[in-house]
Design a protein around this ligand. Structure first.
Ligand code: MN
Ligand code: MN
Ligand code: MN
Length: 280
């Protein structure tokens, strides 16, 4: 039986394709009973999502996915159960927004130099706020410069590709401080996606623990069973709570479906046990 919890999803407030209301509807229709909305670097969708969750009778966990840096890499930190009105969190999000703004401008410039001057403005139009790489990918597809989003990332937007712009983001520990100040739990998002060696992964997890990290994602949208076992082993070894989230962005990507997550291994403690019900 699939899990009834999903603690990692996106809406149009960042780079998802469903509005917060549509997302809650889709999740409720798919049997999700406890849903976290975790848009990139913004809490702008939470109020609408919470309203719809009340109407649909499901529990909405207020969340956010923060862009952070650690040892020169970009890591994603999911904050769950955060108070979106917290002053420290708000100030942090404002800082990330300005970093995103700078990065989007530089990406548009780079693409313009490649002869793709229309892509930046089109990405801006597609985004509710500051365009993310996903919006640039969609603009590239819409203008016929890429056959789909994956193709756009592979040829232009990934690290090392001509449209890529590195961003400094904020140190992992600092972003974690905002999550905790806002009363939330700090969850390391999709640890397997950073392509770390075993030694680097252990180093990351021991730093994450030393900084006060609460949980790691053990079940993600498209994690193969062997990977889930591996992540579960790391959660046990370090004593982290476990989280599960689809990282749902759009119904178009069939491997990040709502309501299809496998349950966590039974011996792990879900981060959900540490989240108050209905706090939104
Ligand atoms: Mn995204
Ligand atoms: Mn992420
Ligand atoms: Mn995500």
């Amino acid at each position: 039986m699939p899990s009834r919890e999903d603690f990692h999803t996106h809406s149009t407030a960042s780079d998802g394709s469903l509005t917060p209301v549509e997302l809650v509807d889709a999740a409720a229709d798919a049997g999700v009973e406890r849903l976290a909305l975790t848009d990139h670097d913004t809490v702008a969708g939470l109020a609408q999502a919470a309203g719809q969750a009340r109407r649909r009778g499901i529990d909405l966990v207020p969340g956010v996915e923060l862009s952070t840096r650690w040892e020169g890499r970009t890591l994603h930190l999911v904050g769950l159960g955060v108070n979106p009105e917290d002053a420290a969190l708000k100030a942090g999000l404002a800082r990330l927004a300005s970093l995103r703004e700078v990065r989007a401008g530089r990406m548009a410039e780079r693409l313009a130099r490649l002869g793709l001057a229309d892509v930046g403005p089109a990405a801006q139009q597609l985004a509710a706020g500051t365009p993310t790489r996903t919006h640039f990918a969609r603009a590239l597809v819409a203008q016929g410069h890429a056959k789909d989003s994956q193709d756009a990332f592979k040829r232009l937007l990934r690290r090392g590709k001509p449209g890529y712009v590195a961003s400094e983001w904020v140190p992992l520990g600092e972003a974690m401080g905002w999550v905790h100040a806002a009363g939330g739990r700090a969850v390391l998002a999709h640890p397997h996606r950073y392509k770390l060696t075993g030694a680097w992964m252990r180093r990351l997890l021991s730093d994450f623990q030393a900084l006060g990290g609460d949980a790691i994602e053990v079940v993600c949208g498209n994690t193969p069973p062997s990977q889930i076992q591996h992540l579960a082993g790391l959660a046990r070894r370090f004593g982290f709570l476990a989280s599960s989230g689809s990282d749902f962005h759009t119904p178009v990507l069939r491997w990040h479906k709502l309501g299809q997550l496998p349950s966590l291994p039974r011996d792990l403690v879900s981060v959900g046990t540490q989240l108050e019900a209905g706090h939104a």
